[in-house]
Design a protein around this ligand. Structure first.
Ligand code: NAP
Length: 423
């Protein structure tokens, strides 16, 4: 199968099969080739610990019938050292060819006009949905009283908004021209000593995200999808996102969705029928309060890029922080799963960092492959290890009576717990 495949970055492709995509689903062979990017800083620590956990779960779930053929591709510091490039073309081509991949954190090169590698990867592959499930694992120290009440999946638009990279520095000719243009053409006054940023929000970008969020709700049996926006102030960007979101709900998923306005009226009179999904909307600032005060009211949150950035981290903090928060960047054709924290360089090669975020991203990946049994083994093995209070330093320092373990020991404990659960 791989005879015709080129080597990427000069590294031969392992024996294995290609994942295909169709109808928004991955068609997964028994021995898929899956690229991984180790990442910078503590990336190698968490990858070294996590890969054996994924392999152990797949072996235990399927015997020898299934197995992942891991294929290293390069980005970040390791790519720069080897090839003089932060993100070689071959790496992007490999991610495209193999469709599903997983990565550790990457350093954002400072200066030289180099864009964040994560943002570049999202744009190159048009990975338009950043998906962050946030839920609580008993035993993880949390700053809130009822962390178990949080169980939401955040769908954040990944390609537009102020992240589109359209910005003009204060004092430049471009900024001056734009300020003059706004005044002359539209009578809009901007202070002359301003920098300017543009916030595009499109029908295309908004609708495909909301579509994916509603599909997720349908597939996972979730009953509330909340559109989060700042439409009271930014009517034609954030407000439009809300309106287009409702259009998707009422035009494309009419059978499944009931809007909040409809719910209040006949025939519903406030009661959501079984099997239906409530689609409502909240203003972004109030949503931060809502997720703290009434987390049980929310299940799938769908929002624009910047709101989603803030909300995902705030929400992750409620269940114990970024060390345990997984993430995926998705389109209909490609998926890149990733640890959501940074490279934490001061802990690099010390074997101390928490691999939870990458491990749970791997759980998302196994679920996306349809390998649910393996996903459950990793997740329940991790949950059991935390319940046993065998945790890395970040959790140990907040958890009285815990045993602090190394990154690698945490991973081994997960595998041992998988074996116990199988019996
Ligand atoms: P960071 O690497 O996330 O680390 C900040 C602090 O968070 C660490 O010092 C540590 O806190 C804690 N932390 C992060 N990950 C942890 C884990 N797995 N286990 C336990 N604790 C963890 O953030 P940063 O220092 O702002 O960023 C460093 C580099 O990462 C930058 O180059 C940035 O651009 C990049 N970055 C990459 C990504 C990505 O690739 N997805 C995301 C964010 C940042 P304590 O010191 O208190 O223990």
């Amino acid at each position: 199968m791989n005879a015709s495949m080129k080597a990427y970055n000069g590294v031969p492709v392992p024996e294995g099969e290609l994942i295909q995509a169709g109808d928004g689903k991955f068609l997964v062979p028994d021995h898929p080739i899956i690229p991984f990017i180790e990442g910078d800083g503590t990336g190698p620590d968490i990858w070294r610990a996590s890969q054996p956990v994924f392999d152990a779960a797949v072996t235990r779930a399927y015997g020898g019938r299934r197995g992942i053929r891991w294929y290293e591709v390069f980005a970040g510091g390791k790519a720069f050292e080897r090839f003089g490039e932060w993100l070689p073309r071959d790496t992007v081509d490999a991610l495209r060819q193999f469709r599903v991949a997983i990565k550790g954190p990457l350093t954002t090169p400072v200066g030289g006009g180099i864009r964040s590698l994560n943002v570049t990867l999202r744009i190159e592959l048009d990975l338009y949905a950043c998906v962050r499930p946030v839920k609580y694992y008993p035993g993880v120290p949390s700053p809130v009283k009822e962390p178990e009440a949080v169980d939401v999946v955040i769908y954040r638009e990944n390609t537009e908004d102020v992240y589109a990279g359209i910005e003009f520095q204060q004092g430049t000719e471009q900024a001056a021209q734009l300020i003059a243009f706004l005044q002359d053409k539209f009578g809009k006054t901007v202070r002359p000593d301003s920098g300017i940023g543009i916030k595009p929000i499109s029908i295309t970008g908004s609708k495909r995200l909301v579509r994916q969020a509603i599909r997720h709700a349908i597939e996972q049996g979730r009953t509330v999808v909340t559109l989060v926006h700042k439409g009271n102030i930014q009517k034609f960007t954030e407000g439009a996102f809300r309106d287009w979101g409702y259009e998707v709900a009422t035009q494309e998923f009419r059978e499944q969705c009931v809007t909040e306005a409809e719910l209040a009226q006949a025939p519903y009179h406030g009661k959501l029928p079984a099997g239906k999904i409530l689609v409502n909307d909240r203003i972004a600032d109030s949503m931060f309060q809502q997720l703290l005060l009434r987390p049980r009211d929310y299940q799938v949150v769908c929002t624009t890029n910047l709101n989603g950035d803030y909300l995902s981290d705030a929400c992750a903090a409620q269940v114990g922080g970024l060390g345990m928060a997984p993430g995926a960047n998705l389109s209909q054709e490609y998926a890149l799963f990733e640890a959501t924290h940074g490279t934490a360089p001061k802990y690099a090669d010390k074997d101390v960092i928490n691999p939870g975020s990458l491990l749970l991203s791997g759980v998302m990946m196994l679920n996306a492959l349809g390998w649910k049994e393996a996903a459950t083994l990793v997740e329940s093995g991790l949950a059991a290890t935390i319940r046993q209070k065998r945790v890395t330093y970040d959790l140990a320092r907040q958890l009285p009576g815990s045993t602090q373990v190394k990154t690698s020991e945490f991973a081994q404990a997960i595998i041992a717990n998988m074996d116990k659960s199988i019996g």
